[in-house]
Design a protein around this ligand. Structure first.
Ligand SMILES: NC(=O)c1ccc[n+]([C@@H]2O[C@H](COP(=O)([O-])OP(=O)(O)OC[C@H]3O[C@@H](n4cnc5c(N)ncnc54)[C@H](O)[C@@H]3O)[C@@H](O)[C@H]2O)c1
Length: 335
């Protein structure tokens, strides 16, 4: 039984508390920290969780709880401090996305993982989805050598709160998921990006809630992302709508349950003859943060490398900060 110390008792921290409790065959939620006085206790009471250490100081919590791992669900600006503190005590960390608020902070976190020899994994929860697993297989069986990958994201999201005031809100808070999914689907790492951010006249956000990004990925693959958080009506899925094209054909995913492909079988004619391809959604995996927690625990048990391991995840973060730099400078940016 592993002892977990949870840091952050906001909306997502409470989601993680429920996730940890749901895995009580493998972990016990031993402590909960939030810098806001009484926040952890109020959240624990709300979710009827008792018998755990609660307080506001991480160092004190580590000394008294002696956790086997830390779950960091604080705001992005605090991820660096929380992760470095835990790793300095030799404690592995699973933390929420995005890894950090800057590339400099993220590099220091990867270096701290190296120095301590302990796992630091980012919970990139949208990878734990049986539909994206099936779509990746469909791309492999249909497209051949991949050259074009397109993702569309259009949601009119009225959050209220910090996102309404945030700079680069779409790129920093949401696009990390889609960029990470593009790396997962293509198996390719980023080379450069040209991005434009804009805020349509009707947008209820202060920062840019829309963006169009063109990434060059390894092997010449181009990945385009067209996203908006102020697109009212006919929303896409939160997973984006995807189109992947290679020398052998095209595969689509609507971001929900529709996956379809067309593989070229003819060699003549204006349009080459194609054959439909399909890929069933088969796996019964735990989705979202349940999936990432299980991946993390499996890695602790076996030494396997989980998805979201920091050396890999920092490449998805670099796509976000590359896009922000390009949108700010108006230039194509090497990643
Ligand atoms: N995977 C997803 O789909 C998903 C969804 C929502 C949020 N998130 C991520 O989860 C994280 C938290 O988001 P949220 O919506 O819960 O935010 P939130 O603002 O509701 O909660 C953050 C909490 O962290 C606390 N905190 C801040 N600094 C701290 C520190 N140094 N030590 C201890 N506690 C500290 C705050 O007091 C607050 O209670 C963010 O990184 C966010 O991007 C991920």
């Amino acid at each position: 039984m592993r002892r977990a110390l949870l840091v952050g008792a906001g909306g997502m921290g409470q989601g993680w508390a429920k996730n940890l409790v749901a895995h009580s065959d493998q972990v016990s939620l031993a402590g909960w920290v939030d810098i806001r006085e009484g926040a952890a206790a109020a959240a624990a009471e709300k979710h009827k969780i008792s018998g755990l250490w609660m307080g506001t100081e991480l160092e004190k919590a580590i000394a008294e709880v002696q956790p086997d791992f830390v779950v960091d669900v604080t705001i992005p600006e605090a991820h660096h401090e929380v992760t470095l503190t835990a790793l300095a005590h030799g404690i592995p960390v699973i933390g929420e996305k995005p890894m950090a608020h800057s590339m400099e902070a993220a590099r220091a976190m990867v270096a701290a993982s190296d120095k301590s020899g302990k796992l630091y994994m980012v919970s990139q929860s949208r990878r734990y989805d049986n539909r994206i697993l099936a779509y990746r297989r469909l791309i492999e069986k249909t497209c051949g050598s991949l050259g074009i990958l397109n993702a569309d994201f259009a949601i009119g999201a009225h959050f209220g709160g910090f996102r309404d005031e945030m700079d680069h809100v779409l790129l920093l808070d949401m696009a990390i998921h889609s960029f990470d999914q593009a790396r997962y689907l293509s198996g390719a790492d980023p080379v450069s990006v040209y991005a434009e951010e804009f805020n349509p006249a009707w947008s209820w956000y202060k920062g840019a809630a829309s963006a169009i990004c063109l990434f060059e990925m390894a092997n010449g693959l181009r990945f385009t992302y067209r996203g908006s958080w102020c697109a009212e009506g006919l929303h896409t899925s939160w997973e984006c709508e995807w189109r992947a094209t290679g020398d052998a054909g095209t595969a689509l995913w609507d971001g929900n349950d529709i996956l379809k492909g067309a593989k070229v079988v003819g060699t003549e004619g204006f349009h080459r003859e194609t054959q439909s391809t399909e890929e069933p959604i088969t796996e019964e995996i735990s989705g979202g943060i349940a999936g990432s927690l299980e991946d993390f625990l499996h890695a602790l048990d076996t030494g396997a490398t989980p998805m979201g391991e920091c050396h890999d995840n920092i490449k998805s973060l670099a796509m976000v900060f590359g896009a922000v730099e390009s949108a700010t400078t108006g230039k194509r940016v090497a990643i």
